[in-house]
Each structure stands twice: as structure tokens, then as C-alpha cells.
Design a protein around this ligand. Structure first.
Ligand SMILES: CC(C)(COP(=O)(O)OP(=O)(O)OC[C@H]1O[C@@H](n2cnc3c(N)ncnc32)[C@H](O)[C@@H]1OP(=O)(O)O)[C@@H](O)C(=O)NCCC(=O)NCCS
Length: 223
């Protein structure tokens, strides 16, 4: 077992990709394994890590403990660029891959997709993205796993490295999305100096948490 006290933060390297994808799936549902709501780690990791590892690796950081990657911060300096690249170049191949793998029919996935589409049609994900991107153009995703590595300062160190990186590039702000049920993430971001900039009731996870309501939250920080 690695000593959880013996860690360091490094710039992301292509060799970290598999570990990042594992952590991504392992934390995909409110900090817990994604299988609680959706099956297929490959498709899930493509959705939530591939742009950042493959198209903007220079904005990523990892926390490593005795040679093992146990945390990451995947960054993007310009969210407009992410949307352009993802929508124009990545979304269609990902859709085909999901179809080929039978993603849409597998186990609990039809229910997941139904709830996501229902929330989408109800406008529950409709954050004022134009204004958010204007004030806070960069964004991040960060996760640490296994859980014994949380609460030891890794998150703070990863965030510090990313903030330094953004400041050196003259970026004026950054944002991120999470949910009110993520009880590690919310206090972490508030303690780090983020402010809540948007909140919306979402119903797609009500079946999977013991105590709804769940809110989608956006946090922002000006640099
Ligand atoms: C959220 C997460 C990235 C935070 O990283 P971390 O390494 O656990 O956090 P740190 O140890 O650096 O904590 C820094 C500060 O955040 C606050 N904090 C962190 N975890 C907290 C918790 N569970 N409760 C209250 N405050 C907390 C504290 O102020 C802490 O400072 P302190 O230790 O001096 O009190 C990490 O816990 C994680 O990956 N959780 C699971 C996945 C997840 O939720 N990812 C975020 C998705 S949006």
C-alpha cells in the first residue's frame, strides 16, 4: 500500500491517461463510482476526461503517490474552445462508439438517459453559460481516488498549481460545475475561495440519493 502522506503534484503526462480515466469513473457519481447511475467506464471516461487529456493536456496536473497517480485536475483555459472542439470533432465519434458498444441498451443506462433527457427538456441544466464564460473563461474537473487520499491536501495543491498556471497566462477567471450532494467538493471549493454563481434544481439523480432535492451548482473565481 502506498503511504498516503507521501505525495507530490506534477504536470500531466500522457502516461497518466489510464490512471486518470480510472479515477474519473471511480468518482463519477457525486464522488462515488459511476456505476451507481450509469454503466460503461470507457464511454463515461471519454465524455468526462478525453478532451482534457487528449486535446489540452498542457492544462492538466496529477497528484502522484510513490509512482501511483491518485488524483488529477484537468483544466481548460478557454471554455469556448472546449465546446467548439468537443461539439465539432469529438461528439459524433463518441456517439458512434457508444452505439457500437451497446451503451444505450445496457442495464440501467436507458433509465439514466431518460432522466438526463427529461432534465434537459425541463431546462434544469440551463446555466447562463455566455455570462459565465465571459467572467470565468477557464474551467476545471478534479477528482481524487481511492478515498483514503482525500482530505490530505492533494486537492489544495492541485488547485494551487492550476491557479498559478492560469495566472501566468493572464486568464481572468475560472468556473466549475458540481452538485449540492457532493459533500466533499462543496466545502472544498468554498474554502478555496470560489463563490457560488448559479444554482438549479435537478431531478435526474433524485432516485439515486436518499435525501433529494439535488441542485446543480456552478462556482466561479476571479483571478
Ligand atoms: C473534492 C476533492 C477534490 C477535494 O480534495 P481534497 O484533497 O480531499 O481536499 P484538501 O485535503 O486539499 O482540502 C482542502 C480544504 O478543503 C476543505 N475540505 C476538504 N474536504 C472537506 C470536507 N469533506 N468537509 C469540509 N471541508 C473540506 C477544508 O477547508 C480543507 O482544508 P483543511 O484540511 O485545512 O481543513 C476530493 O475530496 C475529491 O476528489 N472528492 C471526491 C470526488 C469529487 O467530489 N470531486 C469534485 C467533483 S466537482
Amino acid at each position: 500500500m502506498n503511504d498516503p502522506g507521501n505525495w507530490r503534484v506534477l504536470a500531466y503526462r500522457p502516461a497518466d491517461r489510464a490512471a486518470v480515466r480510472w479515477i474519473c469513473a471511480e468518482t463519477g457519481f457525486l464522488g462515488e463510482p459511476q456505476e451507481k447511475v450509469v454503466l460503461d467506464r470507457e464511454v463515461f471516461a471519454d465524455m468526462w476526461s478525453a478532451y482534457w487529456t487528449d486535446r489540452e493536456p498542457e492544462s492538466g496536473f496529477v497528484a502522484e503517490c510513490e509512482g501511483r497517480v491518485v488524483g488529477y485536475l484537468l483544466g481548460c483555459v478557454d471554455t469556448d474552445r472546449y465546446e467548439r472542439v468537443f461539439n465539432q470533432e469529438m461528439a459524433r465519434p463518441l456517439l458512434w462508439k457508444a452505439l457500437r458498444r451497446g451503451f444505450f441498451l445496457r442495464g440501467k443506462n436507458p433509465g439514466y438517459i431518460y432522466r438526463m433527457v427529461r432534465s434537459l427538456r425541463r431546462g434544469e441544466f440551463k446555466a447562463p453559460m455566455r455570462a459565465i464564460k465571459h467572467e470565468y473563461p477557464a474551467h476545471l474537473h478534479m477528482n481524487i481516488a481511492p478515498p483514503e487520499f482525500r482530505g490530505r491536501g492533494l486537492g489544495q495543491a492541485l488547485l494551487r498549481a492550476y491557479l498559478d498556471y492560469l495566472r501566468a497566462r493572464g486568464v481572468k477567471g475560472l468556473h466549475l460545475g458540481t452538485t449540492s450532494h457532493n459533500q466533499q467538493a462543496v466545502p472544498f471549493y468554498l474554502a478555496a475561495g470560489f463563490q457560488e454563481i448559479f444554482r438549479s434544481r435537478i431531478t435526474c439523480y433524485d432516485h439515486a440519493v436518499p435525501d433529494p432535492p439535488v441542485y446543480l451548482l456552478y462556482f466561479g473565481m476571479k483571478l
